[in-house]
Design a protein around this ligand. Structure first.
Ligand SMILES: [Zn+2]
Length: 424
């Protein structure tokens, strides 16, 4: 397939460029100020439109979107143990499929092309749903041996994670996850990371989401969570630590030294009232790879990465009492190139010749006029209402606001049915 986008504002790493972009197969093959004469199968009029890299959401639970708005106004532990885990345990494979498809529709419409997901149960339905929609991402089944999960034997858990880490195609890759240090035994944490290393896969884990969890780990191990996870070999460039809202200066230094990826989920943290604010400025300065995530639509309650960029930026300003603590360009990089890096993509996250053609064509609605600074507009003013076309791996997933790969109406109906049955 080939696509030519004509006369658009193209956001390149060196700034916006007025010109043309050519996609051949799955790659960006030309970017030029002068006309591109090559014939393309699809030609897009780029006037009054902006081409930007697709957004990367590095922390999701797509199987939970059908629980959006269910179990509201509870703190994290109570929300998980009384609402989410019991409902999740009742989900049939059909419910997981319905929820994942709903999530991917929302992601596409809000400009996300790539995601990193964590599932407590088998991730086959998530894999199939992502494949159907045409998303890029990594999926995982998370190890957990706490509470109602404690009856499962370690060998059974690792063998189920092992089989879940077989689902793979060109766009959707497996990864290995452990739910968290407070829901996993040390043995399970080590075994899961060993499995990821052996299979050369990315590793995902929730870390330092709540203050309680930090002090529980400190009591149990005499170490703060990042120090503890580092001491058992879990912190490296192939790990994605989600949340990281309660860190000491020493832990921030450690994160930088090890080059771990952070998936900060500001909206979920605020909504679950976890209190801590991830020190993204210091983490980035220290050398950690800072990226952004929404967390699930059950705790967020959306998968909108535009909203997440804005909230991440505002929280840093507010936290440090410093309006220029992180500029919008840097925040945008957290949501694009750093996200791509967290997931293990080297040639993605920016619009450059030779990179994967994962990009968005935005309509310049009233919220994007005037344009003193494009990054400012993207982080503080843009939203799903501007997303007109979504291209993943050189193919349209949404064109002229119509999702091309699946029947969206049917998906919304199925999700509603599953949700109603589940909480009945
Ligand atoms: Zn999570």
């Amino acid at each position: 397939m080939s696509i030519l986008i004509k006369d658009a504002t193209i956001l390149t790493p060196s700034g916006p460029l007025q010109g043309n972009l050519f996609i051949e197969e799955n790659l960006i093959s030309q970017i030029s100020k002068s006309p591109i004469t090559e014939k393309a199968e699809f030609v897009v009029d780029g006037r009054k439109r902006i081409v930007i890299p697709g957004l990367v959401n590095t922390h999701t639970h797509v199987s939970l979107s059908i629980l959006r708005g269910y179990g509201e106004n509870l703190p994290l532990q109570q929300w998980l143990s009384e609402k989410i885990w019991p409902a999740e345990a009742k989900q049939s494979p059909k419910d997981i499929e319905a929820s994942a498809l709903l999530s991917f529709c929302e992601m596409v419409r809000s400009g996300t092309t790539t995601f990193a997901d964590m599932c407590i149960f088998d991730s086959k339905e998530v894999f199939d749903a992502a494949t159907k929609v045409g998303m890029r991402g990594i999926i995982s089944r998370a190890g957990i041996d706490f509470g109602t999960f404690s009856k499962n034997k370690l060998t059974e858990i690792t063998s189920s994670l092992n089989s879940s880490s077989e689902y793979s195609n060109e766009l959707v890759k497996p990864s290995v996850a452990a739910h968290a240090a407070y829901t996993c035994s040390e043995e399970l944490l080590i075994k899961t990371k060993e499995l990821a290393t052996k299979k050369k896969l990315k590793y995902q884990i929730h870390v330092s989401e709540t203050r309680k969890e930090v002090f529980d780990i400190l009591k149990r191990t005499k170490k703060y969570p990042f120090e503890y996870l580092d001491s058992i070999g879990l912190m490296d460039q192939d790990s994605i630590f989600s949340h990281a809202g309660w860190l000491t200066k020493k832990e921030i230094g450690l994160a930088g030294k090890q080059g771990v990826s952070i998936a900060s989920c500001p909206i979920s943290n605020l909504k679950l009232a976890t209190g801590g604010i991830a020190q993204l400025y210091e983490l980035d300065q220290a050398g950690a790879n800072v990226s952004l995530g929404t967390d699930s639509a059950a705790s967020n309650n959306s998968l909108n990465m535009f909203e997440t960029m804005k909230m991440a930026s505002l929280l840093q300003k507010h936290h440090y009492w410093k309006a220029d603590i992180i500029g919008p360009k840097k925040i945008f990089e957290f949501a694009t190139i750093n996200g791509a890096k967290a997931i293990g993509l080297k040639d993605a996250g920016t619009i450059e010749v030779g990179n994967l053609a994962d990009l968005l064509i935005l309509d310049r609605g009233p919220n994007l006029y005037p344009e003193h600074d494009l990054y400012c507009n993207l982080v503080y003013s843009a939203g799903p209402q501007n997303v007109r076309d979504v291209i993943v791996n050189g193919k349209f997933v949404m064109r002229d606001r119509v999702i091309t790969t699946i029947a969206e109406e049917q998906i919304l109906e199925n999700a509603n049915k599953s949700a109603t049955n589940l909480v009945k």
